[in-house]
Every structure is written in C-alpha cells, then in structure tokens.
Write a protein that binds this ligand. Structure first.
Ligand code: SAH
Ligand code: SF4
Ligand code: F3S
Length: 439
C-alpha cells in the first residue's frame, strides 16, 4: 500500500447530508482515502450539497470558484459534487464549472468508489434512482471508536410534495430501511462508543420498514426495539410531519425513558389559506390539537418548528395567523426562512410577496421565536436535567454536553469523561447555553 490519499468533504444542508458524508468518506476509505480537515492538502474534494433554498444552492458555485487555484496547482486533484444540487442539476454543474470531475446524487453514492477511479480520465455523472439499495451495497461500517452521538438514517425521500419544496425531487420517493439493518447498525454504533442516536428521515415518523416478523413496523415500534439496546442511553428522531404523528409515537413520548423530550414538528404557517396553498394537508387548528395531545403524553416536551414567511400571496393577516400560532404553541426553538422559489416546484410559478415586506415579517417572527427560545431556556434554571457529555470546554476542568432538551450545558466536572451521562443542576442561562453543577 502506498501513502493514503487525502479526502476533504464539506457538508451543507440537513443532518441526512451529515450522515451521507460519513458514509461516503467510509466508502472512499476503500479506495485508500483518509479524511482531512482542509482542502489545501486534499487529493479529492467532495462537496455534499443542499438545494432547499436558492442561497444554499448558489453557495456551491462560489465554493467551487475558490478551488480554481488549487486545481491549477494540482491537476490531479479530483473535485466531486454530491447531494441534492448534484441530483437537481446533474451535468449542468460541469457545464457551469468544468473543473468538476464527478457528480453523484444522494441515492447512488454507493457507486462512488468506481466513479472515483474513473474520474481521473473522464467526467463521471450518476444521478440515478437505482433499484438497488445503496446501504446494502456499501461495505459494513468501520469499527473505530467515535464520539457519543450519531445520526442514523432510517427513512429517506418524501411523497408529500409541499408546493415549495424540492426534497421529493432530489431525494425521490419515500423508502424505509428494514428494522434488522437499523438495529445492527445501532448496536455497532453503541459498541464504538455512541450513547445517543438520532434517527433521521425527511418524514421520519412516516417510517414503515419491514420488521423481522414480516410486518411493516411503525417508528414507535422501532424506537421500542432500540430502547432494548444495552448501552444506548438516548433516542431522538427528526424530521416529523404533523400528519404522521401516530398514536403509538405520541404514547412513546410519555412511556419510553430513552426517548428524549424534544420534538421537531414543522408547521410552516399558521394560516389555513396558506397551508392549503402549500399543500400541507393540515390546518393550524389540527396542529394545535396535536401539540396538546403530545403535551398530554409528555408535559415537559420541548417543541421546535420550521416556518416559511413570504410564501406567494401571503398577506399581513396570514402572517399574523402564523404569529398567533407561535404564541399559542410557545416554541423551545425554531428555524425560519424567507420563501425561496425553487425551479420545478408548483409554488415557483406564483406571484412573490414584496421582498422588503417578507424581510420585515421574517424579522418580526424571529424576534418572537428568540424570545420564546430564551424563556424556555431560562426556565431550565433550578431544574436537574440529564446531560450527555460530548467534549471538554474551554476552561480547565470544564465539560460540555447536551441536556435532554438539547440545550448546551457547561459544567465544571474534571472527573467526568466524554460519553458519560450525568444529572446536572442548572444554575444559570446565557444566550446560547446553560451552566450547572453535577447533582
Ligand atoms: N422534511 C422536513 C424538512 C424539509 S426542509 C419537513 O417536512 O418538515 C427543511 C425546512 O426548509 C422546511 O421545513 C421548510 O421550512 C424550509 N423550506 C423548504 N423549502 C423551502 C423554500 N422553497 N423556501 C424557504 N424555505 C423552505
Ligand atoms: Fe418537503 Fe413537505 Fe416533504 Fe417536508 S413534507 S420534505 S417540506 S415536501
Ligand atoms: Fe437540503 Fe437535500 Fe437536506 S435539499 S435540506 S440536503 S434533503
């Protein structure tokens, strides 16, 4: 074996891309690559991209522009584009940036090792939605120790076709991985030091993978099976759709000790008129009733959400309805975005809201969310919560971890090691973190 080749991966977009980047790095490990932290020393650069908003997609081209000098210095450098921009734009990427050698979509990256070998002599593009399952084709995962938290993709794709969204086109139809594969992967992760697993899917609560008994298992059933994995301390899942919150999943939030009290449940808008135009198939009222049922099962659960402002034809009254919904829910955290017209989606054909008006709404919404987020976090002071320690802090003896509610917590704890779960009494709240002492 010669010197290992160096791979630099930059990841944009959602957690699923983070998971995919890990798997792509592992796949290229078989071709002799090790991962490095900077593009300057790399033999191959791979951008794992996101197409969700125009800004995210455009970033890829500005980033590629920056690699021009590197490629000129080192003609053997291979540059690849993976992920959702790769899927959406395919060969167009090479037309715009001829220095790109390889384009691979999110459903075909198990073919990356052969593509990498071919990339030295020709341009290679693969944006198929192949019959075979990429996870079945990929080698089993390495056994090296790793950090205490991990993502695990259990479901991919989306059949919901919200009028603004590219995901059904870039990720394809909804597919669930079989239960036994997920359990095997989870046990392997735990053996390697993982204590918390976040189950991923674009519509993770629509999970319906084949169980060992031949039935289609719900996400709740999968969570209960993971609950029995020794050494696994925490289970989370994201992202959920309000229409797929099954009774058993709501109940699990009250009954499963390992399932954390945090739920990301995007609603996008509080106006029924806009929800309808978004093709969301739920109303503001049905969402509020759902939140009530979830809180009845787990009163302390922290709810987070996603919002789009300035969706085509959104009026000030529609926007106020969103603000009212936020008031009613009281979010622990939320992401909010100005609507971005995406080519090929139905909403892209419709009249846009004035850009300044949309900016103004986004600012008002974010101010409200920030207030609620701060109130929720401040409300933790005086409580004792579970913390999974992830790394040392900046101060001597200090450790940083995440609470059950996903807040960052700083603790003076020189005797605690990474990967330990401890009870912490929260003493103070800063803008983006909490501090406390071991209980
Ligand atoms: N599958 C998840 C999230 C998909 S994308 C779900 O269904 O909730 C993450 C978030 O990006 C969305 O919840 C939405 O708020 C936002 N988003 C998606 N398309 C967008 C667009 N065209 N413009 C602005 N925000 C968008
Ligand atoms: Fe996009 Fe809607 Fe599917 Fe979420 S549910 S991925 S927002 S189409
Ligand atoms: Fe972006 Fe694709 Fe995820 S568009 S949000 S990387 S599914």
């Amino acid at each position: 074996m010669g010197e290992p080749k160096k791979l630099y991966i930059k990841t944009y977009g959602c957690q699923m891309n983070v998971y995919d980047s890990e798997r792509m790095a592992e796949a290229l490990g078989g071709n002799g690559y090790i991962e490095v932290g900077s593009p300057d020393e790399a033999d191959m650069i791979l951008l794992n991209t996101c197409h969700i908003r125009e800004k995210a997609a455009e970033k890829v081209y500005s980033e590629l522009g920056r690699f021009k000098g590197l490629k000129a210095e080192k003609p053997d450098l291979k540059i690849g584009v993976a992920g959702c921009v790769a899927q959406a734009e395919g060969a167009e990427i090479i037309a715009r940036q001829p220095m790109v050698d390889l384009v691979v979509g999110p459903q075909s990256y198990h073919r990356l090792p052969e593509m990498e070998r071919a990339a030295g002599t020709a341009k290679v593009i693969d944006t198929d939605f192949p019959e075979e399952d990429k996870f079945e084709k990929l080698k089993s995962r390495p056994k090296a120790r790793r950090g205490p938290t991990a993502f695990l993709t259990v479901q991919e794709g989306c059949d919901k076709f919200c009028a603004f969204c590219v995901v059904p086109y870039t990720r394809g139809a909804e597919v669930s991985r079989p239960v036994d594969r997920i359990l095997t992967e989870a046990r392997d992760l735990v053996e390697r030091g993982v204590r918390e697993i976040t189950l991923l899917g674009q519509n993770v609560n629509a999970y319906h993978g084949a169980g060992p008994d031949g039935d289609a298992w719900s996400l709740a059933r999968l969570i209960w099976a993971l609950d029995k994995v020794d050494g696994l301390e925490r289970i989370r899942f994201t992202t959920s759709h309000p229409n797929d919150m099954g009774e058993d999943l709501i109940a699990a939030h009250g009954e499963c000790r390992k399932l954390m009290p945090y739920l990301h449940l995007p609603v996008q808008s509080g106006s029924d008129r806009i929800l309808k135009r978004m093709n969301r198939r739920h109303t503001a009222e049905s969402y509020l009733r759902l939140i009530e049922r979830i809180r009845a099962a787990r009163p302390d659960i922290l709810i987070s959400g996603d919002f789009i402002v300035g969706f085509p034809e959104e009026t000030e009254a529609d926007f106020q309805a969103t603000m009212d919904l936020i008031d009613a829910v009281h979010y622990g955290s939320a992401f909010s975005f100005k609507y971005s017209a995406r080519p090929g989606t139905p909403a892209a054909e419709r009249p846009m809201v004035d850009a300044d008006e949309a900016d103004d709404r986004l600012q008002r919404l974010q101010a409200l969310i920030t207030r609620q987020q701060r109130e929720t976090q401040d409300g933790m002071v005086g409580r004792t919560v579970g913390v999974l320690f992830e790394k040392p802090g900046r101060l001597p003896g200090q450790m940083v971890g995440k609470s059950d509610y996903l807040h960052s917590v700083f603790v003076d704890a020189p005797d605690v090691s990474v990967g330990e779960m401890r009870q912490v009494r929260i003493a103070s709240s800063a803008p983006n973190s909490l501090a406390g002492t071991l209980a």
